[in-house]
Design a protein around this ligand. Structure first.
Ligand SMILES: [Zn+2]
Length: 405
């Protein structure tokens, strides 16, 4: 199909300018054109999606896994599985997001790098997001405390080697000894530097931004909160006009009215990126599981909790958050789509190729019905998912994860 043009008609195609009626043309993996207000003959020549909406593909920069698949693996096949499951929720590109795994960290980075070199067939995996291990030990949250180590350039160099230069993003606590040199090293290597799992106060966060921190990781979660005498990393991230804020919009990690505060204070929708922070147990049937040696409770409202109540990521996904923001907070769809697609592309410096429906860009998009159920997903002009496809489950899932009730 490489040389032929495939056309899609919808009364609701979401472009950067807003919703338009049109025929979207795809050829050679790219958006070839968008005919607005098409005539009946042009509509008849296209696949007709009527009122179903066509959105730019979601770029989720913080996904540890989804629906039985995990990025925390030494098995290349698992990375391929992750790539194939993500289009079912509208994701067309992601970063394989790791978290501390001292015993196998180098092997894990190599396995991901190899999988990427061999090529995956679903969502594009643009590289690796290392969440940790350079956390503040007092904000380790779901990562075991003994996995946390001090920031170190030497360690980064070893990670870089193992990952064949595919690390694109790193989360660290900028107040820890060694962080300044590490942040400089990250930026010199073109890696996005994010502050997270941090107890940085206002002044430390401002200093961290001057040192090269660009992003606030799952803003409001696993960081110092706003206090009347010290607005903490959270306040500093919201007030600084340059800092990009990752936000989890499942309405549990951030209350809807907290999101309203964030949008008003920052006053710039270009400085938010929606993330899932999803993991292996996201999207699975709610209940109690025994996973990775721990009891884990998956709730239908977005929470995944350890026995002691610690949050361990979201059970939801970015598209669920988009529905929340559009339908419940009343945000304009093009604003929401920007936060889910264009802004993450911009942060990685790939906005000329990805992030919106525009002629010349990669044809990454998905089609949803009124219930926000994905009907089809296309990556670089290839159909990678339809709602008729069976859901692909990891056959090894039951070895490390059992449902208890
Ligand atoms: Zn985290």
């Amino acid at each position: 199909m490489d040389n032929e043009t495939v056309s899609f008609y919808s009364r609701r195609i979401l472009t950067e300018q807003g919703m338009v009626e049109g025929v979207l043309q795809v050829a050679d993996g790219k958006f070839a054109g968008l005919i607005e207000n098409p005539n009946p003959a042009q509509i008849a020549a296209a696949r007709d999606f009527a009122d179903q909406r066509i959105f730019a593909g979601i770029i989720d920069l913080h996904s540890h896994g989804y629906r039985s698949w995990s990025a925390k693996t030494i098995d290349k096949a698992e990375i391929q599985g992750l790539s194939k499951i993500l289009p079912s929720i509208g994701v067309t590109a992601t970063l394989a997001t790791t978290s501390g795994w001292k015993a196998h960290e180098m092997e894990m980075l190599s396995a991901i790098a190899e999988a990427l070199d061999e090529g995956v067939t679903g969502a594009r995996i643009l590289g690796i997001h290392m969440e940790g291990p350079f956390f503040n030990p007092d904000k380790h949250n779901a990562t075991p405390r003994e996995e946390v180590i001090l920031p170190s350039v030497e360690k980064c160099e070893a990670y870089w080697q193992a990952a064949r230069g595919k690390i694109k993003y790193m989360t660290l606590a900028p107040e820890m000894p060694g962080a300044v040199e590490t942040i400089h090293w990250l930026r010199e290597h073109g890696i996005v530097a994010g502050a997270g799992h941090t107890l940085a106060d206002d002044e430390q966060m401002r200093q961290a931004v001057r040192n090269g921190i660009q992003v606030s990781i799952h803003t409001g979660n696993a960081m110092r909160q706003i206090d009347r005498r010290d607005i903490g990393a959270l306040g500093a991230a919201l007030l600084d006009p340059e800092v990009v804020c990752e936000i989890i919009c499942d309405f549990y990690h951030l209350a809807p009215r907290m999101l309203e505060i964030m949008f008003r204070v920052k006053h710039n929708f270009d400085k938010f990126i929606m993330i899932s922070d999803s993991d292996t147990l996201s999207g699975v049937e709610p209940g109690t599981y025994f996973a990775y040696g721990k009891r884990v409770h998956v709730h239908s409202d977005g929470r995944i909790l350890l026995d002691d109540g610690t949050i361990s990521g979201s059970s939801k996904y970015v598209l669920y958050g988009m529905e929340n923001l559009i339908e419940k907070l009343g945000l304009a769809p093009q604003r929401v789509s920007r936060m889910a697609s264009l802004n993450p592309a911009r942060l990685l410096g790939i906005e000329a190729q990805k992030g919106s429906i525009a002629p010349g860009k990669d044809a990454d998009f998905f089609i949803i019905n009124d219930r926000y159920e994905v009907q089809e997903t296309w990556v670089e002009g290839r159909q990678v998912y339809t709602s008729a496809d069976p859901i692909l489950t990891n056959e090894h899932f039951s070895q490390f994860c059992q449902k208890l009730d």
